[in-house]
Write a protein that binds this ligand. Structure first.
Ligand SMILES: [Fe+2]
Length: 308
């Protein structure tokens, strides 16, 4: 039953002002892929034709898109779910199966999208740390400006019942647990960081995090930036632009990413991250505590508004 998705593909929203959304997303470090009268498609540096789409409308989170390994996989999912395969609008084309999860979230699984040419990342020079001196006779000079978003890394959803959602996602999308947040017994599971099962090919520590808050809602989407300096340059830039900072800068415990969270003009939380853990399927699963989720290896604790 089900398929094994390969990665998250995009997140989609609606917003009443596409100019304002585009201005924010450019400051956040994305690049316009396509703009129509009622849709804005944004991309990063990698081959994904778009990783964020905003449709004209009332502000809302609309859907999360995930990448199937092949058209055959998408056909399997469509057959098992008794769902149609539709054409995916926007740059890259492709096909999509639209499902509704137990919380009412729209989950879109896609295949057959055309890749776009990669955009070169800014030139990077090596880091001299206390043990490896790799940059010699070269000065470190960074260009001020937005971060460079390379790709979408994960999406976090608040769900009504964690176990119900966990079963739904695992059985359809083949996700596996990296860390389950547990207060002591299986009945006291609050959520889990889930990664893609790509066998021996390492995946991000989490592609999804399902958090059983009891009240379904979008928590955040997280975009990988070029490196630590790039994240810091973007932080300064967004601060200078007067954007709403949510949480950071710090280093997570679960997933280990250096993180920095911002809010879009309508309050949706978007994360910059770099230097996360990569785990293959054989790495297995762990049980972790609530403290492990909100605690950091360094950096501030989350504000009470985080995740809502
Ligand atoms: Fe995150």
């Amino acid at each position: 039953m089900g398929i094994k998705i390969q990665d998250v593909a995009y997140v989609s929203f609606s917003a009443p002002d596409l100019d304002e959304m585009e201005a924010f997303l450019i400051e956040f470090g994305m690049v316009r892929a396509e703009r129509t009268s009622d849709a804005l498609y944004m991309r990063g540096l990698d081959e994904n034709p778009f990783l964020q789409v905003t449709y004209l409308g009332e502000p809302a989170f609309l859907a999360a898109g995930f990448k199937a390994a092949s058209m055959e996989n998408l056909e399997t999912l469509a057959r098992e779910e008794n769902a149609p395969i539709d054409s995916l609008n926007g740059p890259g084309g492709g096909s999509v199966v639209r499902l509704t999860d137990p919380n009412g979230f729209r989950i879109e699984v896609v295949a057959g999208r055309r890749s776009v040419a990669r955009i070169d990342a800014p030139a990077r020079s090596p880091i001299n740390d206390a043990y490896a001196m790799l940059r010699l006779n070269t000065l470190k000079r960074l260009t001020k400006g937005p971060s460079h978003v390379k790709r979408l890394g994960h999406c976090v959803l608040n769900v009504r019942s964690f176990r119900e959602s966990e079963a739904w996602y695992k059985s359809r999308l083949g996700l596996i647990t990296s860390d389950e947040i547990n207060l002591g017994s299986p009945e006291q599971a609050l959520g889990a960081f889930l990664r893609c099962d790509r066998g021996p090919i390492p995946s991000d520590h989490h592609t999804m995090f399902l958090l059983g808050t009891g009240k379904p809602g979008f928590n955040h989407a997280a975009f990988q930036v070029a490196d630590f300096d790039d994240l810091m340059c973007g932080h300064d830039f967004l601060k200078q632009k007067g954007r709403h900072h949510e949480w950071g800068i710090g280093r997570h415990l679960l997933g280990s990413q250096i993180f920095d969270y911002w809010r879009d003009p309508w309050g949706h939380t978007l994360e910059h991250w770099t230097d996360g853990d990569l785990l293959d399927a054989a790495w297995g699963s762990r049980i972790s505590s609530l403290q492990d989720v909100i605690g950091t290896q360094w950096g501030p604790m989350p504000p009470s508004s985080m995740g809502s």
